[in-house]
Design a protein around this ligand. Sequence first.
Ligand SMILES: Nc1ncnc2c1ncn2[C@@H]1O[C@H](COP(=O)(O)OP(=O)(O)OP(=O)(O)O)[C@@H](O)[C@H]1O
Ligand SMILES: [Mg+2]
Length: 280
Amino acid sequence: MFPGHDGMPDFSGRGEDLDTALEVLHGTRATGIGAVVAVTGEAGIGKTTFITELRERAVGDGFATGRAAALESGGIAPLAPLLTALRSGPAPVLSQADFGALATYASRPIWLVDRLTGQLRARATATPILICVEDLQWADAATRYVLRVLPAQLVSSAIVWLFSSRLPLDAIADDVAVHEILLGPLPLSVPEAGGNPLLAVALTRGQVAEAVRHMLSSLPSTAKELLTAAAALGPSFTVESLGALPDHDALARLAREGLLADDGRRLHFRHELLRQALLI
Ligand SMILES: Nc1ncnc2c1ncn2[C@@H]1O[C@H](COP(=O)(O)OP(=O)(O)OP(=O)(O)O)[C@@H](O)[C@H]1O
Ligand SMILES: [Mg+2]
């Protein structure tokens, strides 16, 4: 199962979510009908760890799998997250020859989708496939478009598409079953971590500031500034206490990223450790 960290307990806590995802994989393998699994949750909550575990199980169950992530920096080229996923690992989903044949379509996503559809359909007749694309909050427009269209075009093939994001994934794919897995807080022994394993691990290593920087990396600067100002108001605060013209877009973003919780009257920092780090 999941590894422990420098004296941290081995706190898996994701058995049910793993079972849900495995059921989807087994359903697709049995029926030959494609599906999408959408894994969401705040920064550091364990999306990558969960996906790594799932991929290991999938390989054991006879799936070909590939994985890649969109990058904060925007990446090297449009569609890089998907194309890298298809050539990743010791047994890539696409052969070198198939991959090479896509090169001429790199700047023409519509034609690329057509070619790729044929390649993946042929591959899935022999082996069920799990394709994981992580961190869609950073994906380029072409990747988002292709990942929306491909699962629908390949719904009659044994392919499970797994997407992850720090933000809720809206309008993921048309005409395909979408299974949503929201990774919630883990029952950790450090309450100030708010159930976030990245923060808990960082605390044991004396690296909370780095962890907090990482957790804020997908926020627009307006949201970062607002969160830093709010930290001085205490663990919870009212919208009015932010001043005459609170930035409602920034507040909504902070709630969508799971950093603030709204009980209808007050906003609460979800991680006391993060709030304290913002005060330094
Ligand atoms: N269930 C778990 N059991 C033990 N450790 C975990 C678990 N989930 C995550 N961790 C640890 O917490 C840290 C953050 O996990 P991970 O990188 O998977 O988060 P993430 O959701 O992918 O974050 P990001 O949004 O930044 O990509 C890692 O050190 C990881 O090993
Ligand atoms: Mg991750």
